[in-house]
Ligand binder design. Structure first.
Ligand SMILES: CC(C)(COP(=O)(O)OP(=O)(O)OC[C@H]1O[C@@H](n2cnc3c(N)ncnc32)[C@H](O)[C@@H]1OP(=O)(O)O)[C@@H](O)C(=O)NCCC(=O)NCCS
Length: 177
């Protein structure tokens, strides 16, 4: 596992996610509304042990950089992950519990981790693979100057059937529209 540094913005602290964050993260992962578009990350969690196992799997992924999203370095309101899937290319994953949504927290977190990916990890491409029905996530990445590159049809076989992917990406040094 790659240990990540603290990243700060106004009213937001990103810190290393730990297995001990499972009880707080269970609030998001056990919420059917939060998980409604997360087809590829599995079903609604049934207990904290499932969330802890999920966190451990995420941390063990090659190239994983995973932060807890917090207001002050304390309780995890969610997590943001950047997986370096091949040289120079990072893929985002993000989830926030419902009471933390709608406040711009995810947008600030994506901005901080994008800067970290480009400047500290030397990545040239950041991307997100988003369900076409996941309007909140599409808006989140558009707000951070990601471009919609296209749709991969039937890209995932999931518990809710075959799902398409919208690919959103941002290239290092690209000017916003
Ligand atoms: C995707 C997800 C993280 C987005 O969270 P979010 O809170 O909607 O995202 P943002 O931080 O961009 O917040 C945007 C909202 O905050 C409001 N806001 C308030 N202050 C803001 C600010 N300073 N900057 C930006 N937005 C702000 C916006 O108006 C917007 O409100 P709206 O949703 O009523 O239109 C969240 O929906 C989620 O956890 N979903 C479940 C998991 C998931 O699908 N993950 C993505 C997989 S690819």
């Amino acid at each position: 596992m790659k240990k990540v540094p603290r990243l700060n913005a106004d009213g937001l602290v990103l810190r290393q996610l730990e297995p001990g964050d499972a009880p707080a993260m269970f609030i998001a992962h056990s919420d059917p509304l939060v998980k409604q578009h997360s087809h590829r990350s599995g079903d609604v969690h049934q207990d904290v042990a499932e969330t802890e196992a999920y966190i451990k799997t995420a941390l063990a992924r090659p190239g994983a950089h995973v932060w807890a999203v917090t207001e002050d370095g304390g309780e995890a309101l969610g997590r943001i992950a950047l997986y370096v899937i091949r040289e120079g290319v990072g893929e985002f994953g993000i989830i926030l519990r419902r009471d933390a949504q709608g406040r711009g927290i995810a947008s600030k977190a994506v901005a901080l981790v994008s800067e970290y990916g480009f400047e500290k990890l030397g990545l040239h491409r950041l991307m997100a693979d988003i369900d076409p029905e996941n309007g909140s996530s599409l808006t989140l990445f558009i707000r951070n100057d990601f471009h919609r590159e296209g749709v991969l049809k039937q890209n995932w076989k999931t518990h809710s059937g075959l799902r398409d992917s919208v690919i959103m990406a941002k290239l290092k040094g690209a000017k916003p529209d």
